[in-house]
Design a protein around this ligand. Sequence first.
Ligand code: LMR
Length: 394
Amino acid sequence: MFDTLKPQPADKILSLMQAYRADPRDTKVDLGVGVYKDASGNTPVMRAVKEAERRLVADQTTKAYVGLAGDPAFADAMIDLLLADTLPRDRIAAIATPGGTGAIRQALEMVKLAAPGATIWISDPSWPNHASIVKFLGLPMRSYRYFDADTRGVDIDGMIADLGTVAPGDVVLLHGCCHNPTGANPTADQWTRIVATLQQVQAVPLVDVAYQGFGDGLDQDAQATRAIAAAFPNLMIAASCSKNFGIYRERTGILLGITRDKDETALTQANLNFLNRQNYSFPPDHGARVVTTILTDPALRAEWEAELEDTRNTMLTLRQALADDLRRLSNDDRFDFIAHHRGMFSLLGTSADKVEVLRADHGIYMVSDSRMNIAGLNARTVPILAQAIIDAGI
Ligand code: LMR
């Protein structure tokens, strides 16, 4: 049977992780996969997570199955974090999923169940796994303009023009905050235009929220998602706890289905539960329980928010330092966009050849589309990267 298999394309983010590990140079710099690293290059377990885990180990009396949708307390806590009081609870169906990827996968499976002919619209560029999963599921896919290669900001007019051609019922995948890979994000006014356009064409939004708290703050990063949630009768929100709780390997995420009313919620919930059952039965519980413990305990939550805020400010400081160094070295302001971008990533906006020069000559690893993980930098490596960018003629 296996002799009929075809080789699969390597995931460009994950293969970079392996190449970095295999590089013997001790000067190497990893700006590849989206993992937060502190000044010493470690990805520590957050203090609030450690404490929540301690409590779980001490207090948990059973590991028996929970339910197909996961722990309802996790759904309540995540709905509050994502949407606050935007919507009545009985308009929201929810399932816990294995990470944000699991939520995206289940969202696309929902499209297959509910609207098999719908086209999935994805930003150009987007996280590569978005298109990969859509393709794998055999759903029709199109892209909409997003990134302005000259300004390294959002090509809002191109985006609005393309979204204006979406057919009723098509699904438009949006990054709720901290766009991956570009780091360029719409302003509040631009979001208003995007929402109005999507309403006009009667699209169904699918909002991917993988970096809440990494951009402008926990609430600020949820503003666009809340505006979208308030504006459409049906939409989906796929959220990840991997980054903002630093629990990458625990695979903790959630998919929300926003419905018209209580009856539609019951139907949607039953279908979401069914999808979990088909794919893996019960979603992972440990990470979800850690998140619930943190979000529902005021002291622990305050500690988590403070640590997340430190992480966010560290990334902003690194962005500014890199932009400043590049301005000084190039005597030009063309890299100022790095300080304006938000989230973990910035798309440098250079060719795959130049990215390869950075890797081969300087041991600097970034994704071939020139996405840099800003959180992979520190005070020591910022000047090294800035000099390498200039030396490579970028
Ligand atoms: C990334 O974009 O680097 C992260 O979301 C990790 C991943 O799974 O690709």
